[in-house]
Design a protein around this ligand. Structure first.
Ligand SMILES: [Zn+2]
Length: 122
């Protein structure tokens, strides 16, 4: 996805407007039904959550935060924009998944312990 408009254009430019529309589409698609999303305008810096129409309004008035080229606050994974991916990245991702599962299992074990401590006495 071409993000050069974030740095190279400003509100009012046709390129900027097209880019903002592209961003809004992306954000809505990844919002998982959330009504408010982080606003990436120059003033909010993704710190403030706004409705989509407010974000659109901000991005029309204020410039898009020009450091925000990887849209991690709007559902984008860091890895997807890395062009020269290291070969062992798949292996690393697998490790992360295992770690998550372990955490889930610990959570479940903790829950069961709370429900019925006698199960763990054997
Ligand atoms: Zn804003």
């Amino acid at each position: 996805m071409d993000r050069s408009w974030i740095r190279n254009s400003k509100p009012g430019d046709r390129e900027y407007d097209a880019g903002v529309r592209q961003f809004i589409n992306f954000a809505v698609k990844n919002s998982e039904g959330c009504e408010k999303l982080p606003c990436p305008c120059h003033k909010c810096h993704n710190l403030l959550h706004k409705r989509v129409d407010e974000i659109l309004n901000h991005l029309t008035k204020f410039a898009f935060d020009n450091t925000y080229t990887c849209w991690i606050w709007h559902g984008e994974k860091m890895d997807e924009t890395h062009v020269g991916k290291p070969k062992n990245s798949v292996f690393e991702e697998e490790n992360v998944v295992e770690g998550d599962n372990l955490e889930d299992m610990l959570c479940v074990a903790q829950d069961e312990f709370n429900d019925d401590p006698s199960k763990f006495e054997e």
